[in-house]
Design a binder for this molecule. Structure first.
Ligand SMILES: Cc1ncc(COP(=O)(O)O)c(C=O)c1O
Length: 434
């Protein structure tokens, strides 16, 4: 039989194989857009000498090279420990690590069970896995407005119907949430509500922490909702509180039912993002679904990283690193804020001082901060980059998005770059006649 590619039936077969992508791709792939941050990262690479106050990367100088080297040496010096670490792990992750995570974050609560901890390839993978476990197209998910824009991308990819609730210095306005829930009840849409998502500490992008009062009110509201509704707490910046003693408790630890909250934590921000290790703490009814789905993805994240982190947590090295980082970021937040106060014309921008995390959220009244606006262009000319605030507002049809907000980070830039970045940002603003 001839295998000639010119045979008409063969050509048809090839055509079918190399169909136009729109026909080839799944509906989920078509719904999945490139995150705006990819474009921003691209700018950072392409524009020479650019100071990025945009990318959420961590401080470079304080990455724990010596600490990780010592941990790795300890692991590999012991042949048994070394072989355990270099072997495949289990799908939910290294058990010792899961137990340390349980003890650190959930001891004495209704979530005090290592079996409810799943270790993921960053908390981002956990958010995606949980989404696979609970979302169908058309499900409603309520988010803070503004919110972590990578997660709204995830929700769009699942075909979720995203609804925003206004936030302020104390986090999501829970009275506004109650109004929205009333509306959903009245319109018969409550059955489609699947989750309420909050970034509960030093929010990305807003910087605020959900207050204790609001946490209590939110928990009470969730318990009044149908059982399919989950509270998703993204606690990515939990460890980076400058005053950890004043930090309100994790939402999972406040849920006496043990059934309504999934909390996400990460070792990326407080230790080393290169280890790309995050943790999810989920109610028992979700564990099997999440673990089965993770089995399909990778049947377990990087086991070596789990062993490094387990040792870091068990020996106190993790705590030493976190303590150092809190001081580093507190200093850097102050440097950036002071430089902005010095450089910007009085009243041209407003922001709250940081109490943790990596971000300042600015309002620049009367200025369009969008990617096509004059400020963004002027900043690129000055070689400084910020994240346009428009990306972070809920992509809810008909909901207005403030156009004068932007996010700056003091994470990755050096002290000198923060000062110079603020100078360039002010020069860009002044060039607009502000
Ligand atoms: C709010 C929030 N959640 C989750 C993540 C994901 O981080 P990772 O996957 O490194 O744990 C980030 C990263 O910037 C974040 O800002």
């Amino acid at each position: 039989m001839s295998l000639s590619l010119n045979r008409p039936d063969r050509r048809d077969g090839l055509r079918r194989l190399f169909r136009h992508p729109a026909e080839m791709l799944s509906s989920r792939a078509i719904r999945t857009q490139a995150p705006p941050i990819s474009w921003l990262m691209q700018q950072a690479v392409e524009v020479e000498g650019l100071i990025s106050l945009a990318a959420g990367l961590v401080d470079r100088a304080s990455l724990p090279c010596a600490r990780v080297q010592a941990l790795v040496n300890e692991i590999l010096a012991d042949p048994e420990a070394g072989r355990d670490a270099l072997q495949y792990g289990t799908t939910p992750g290294h058990h010792a690590l899961r137990d340390l995570v349980r003890a650190r974050y959930c001891a004495g609560t209704a979530y005090d069970d290592a079996d409810q901890v799943v270790v993921c390839t960053g908390s981002q993978q956990g958010l995606e896995l949980l989404g696979e476990a609970i979302y169908d197209p058309g499900d409603i998910v309520i988010v803070e407005d503004p919110t972590y824009f990578v997660y709204t991308g995830v929700l769009e990819s699942f075909g979720c119907d995203i609804r925003g609730v206004a936030s302020d210095a104390d986090g999501m306005q829970v009275d506004q949430l109650a109004l929205l829930l009333d509306q959903l009840r009245a319109s018969g849409e409550l059955a489609r509500l699947k989750a309420i998502y909050v970034v509960s500490y030093h929010q990305n992008p807003g910087g605020w922490t959900l207050s204790l009062e609001r946490r209590q009110a939110l928990m009470a509201l969730v318990h009044g909702l149908p059982e399919q509704v989950l509270l998703i707490e993204d606690a990515a910046y939990y460890e980076l509180a400058f005053e950890p003693d004043q930090r309100p408790p994790l939402m999972a630890t406040m849920d006496a039912s043990g059934d309504r909250v999934a909390s996400f934590l990460t070792a990326s921000k407080p230790f080393a993002p290169g280890l790309k290790t995050g943790f999810m703490v989920v109610p028992p009814r979700l564990v099997a679904a999440v673990v089965h789905l993770k089995g399909n993805h990778d049947f377990g994240s990087n086991n070596f990283a789990h062993h490094i982190l387990a040792r870091a947590l068990a020996t106190g090295v993790f705590d030493e690193q976190v303590a150092d980082l809190r001081a580093v970021y507190q200093r850097k937040a102050q440097i950036l804020s002071e430089a902005l106060h010095r450089e910007l014309p009085a009243g041209s921008a407003q922001w709250a001082e940081s109490s943790g995390g990596l971000y300042l959220w600015l309002q620049v009244p009367g200025v369009d901060t969008g990617p096509d606006g004059a400020l963004f262009k002027a900043c690129l000319e000055q070689r400084v980059l910020y994240v346009p605030g428009c990306y972070a507002f809920a992509p809810e049809p008909g909901r207005s998005k403030p156009s004068d907000r932007l996010r700056l980070t003091y994470g990755v830039a050096s002290d000198e770059e923060l000062v110079e970045g603020a100078r360039r940002f002010a020069a860009a603003l002044l060039s607009l006649g502000v």
